[in-house]
Design a protein around this ligand. Structure first.
Ligand code: ZN
Length: 230
């Protein structure tokens, strides 16, 4: 009983401390500037060069928020390799704001983050595409689909040619749930889209079960040897 009273008192003291000395809310991208009304500071927003673009990949529509270069590349590296969960959620929220203003995506019913292989996710601590999807949902509420898994731990895509990327992702994904996908409009979420081969691999699996797929990524990149393929 005494123990419970001490715990309650500590909780109250913590709340009083939070009230008197609130944690400053800093931009999760740079960790330096205070936040205003968006999910990142104005300086980071300007450096990212937000430029929401729609483009078809094959017959499917995709959207992306900025170009994978300079600061945009740094931010993606941060959310991917440096434990940047909060960065991913913040960028996802910016994506959500863009999506909710875009009528072409209005009928999306499910968000499908591109899964990591479980071994890779354990090493990284989280799936950056799923963190992006959580950010998207904060601005544009849609349910998350958890039934897609990566059954092969494919090597990283960077540095591969278009043909190598396609063969890399073939048969890498599977749906492991009996949730009906027939007729569902799914939005495949990823961090970077280059040739779109990962997106096409995921979309192929979902569409074989009757879904209709669109795609979204934080960044868009150009294949170095094959710029015309982007
Ligand atoms: Zn910032």
């Amino acid at each position: 009983m005494a123990c419970l009273r001490v715990r309650a008192m500590l909780r109250w003291l913590g709340m009083i401390e939070d009230f008197l000395f609130p944690e400053p809310l800093y931009c999760p991208l740079c960790g330096e500037q205070p936040l205003d009304f968006l999910e990142c500071c104005g300086k980071c927003l300007a450096q990212l060069g937000i430029d929401w673009k729609l483009r078809p990949v094959g017959s499917r529509l995709t959207g992306s928020l900025f170009v994978y270069r300079d600061y945009g590349r740094e931010v993606v590296q941060q959310l991917k390799f440096h434990g940047g969960y909060r960065t991913a959620v913040a960028v996802g929220a910016l994506l959500g704001r863009a999506l909710r203003e875009t009528p072409e995506f209005a009928e999306v019913e499910l968000l499908v983050p591109v899964p990591l292989h479980p071994a890779r996710e354990r090493r990284r601590g989280f799936n950056q595409a799923e963190a992006l999807a959580h950010g998207i949902r904060s601005q544009w509420p849609r349910p998350l689909f958890h039934g897609l898994v990566r059954v092969r731990d494919t090597p990283a895509q960077s540095g591969l040619s278009l043909e190598e990327r396609r063969s890399n992702v073939r048969r890498a994904f599977a749906v492991v749930t009996d949730v009906a996908l027939a007729g569902k409009r799914c939005l495949v979420v990823d961090d970077v889209m280059t040739s779109g081969s990962t997106f096409e691999g995921v979309a192929g699996v979902l569409e074989s079960l009757g879904a209709v797929c669109l795609g979204v990524s934080a960044a868009r990149a150009v294949l170095e040897k094959n710029p015309s393929q982007c």
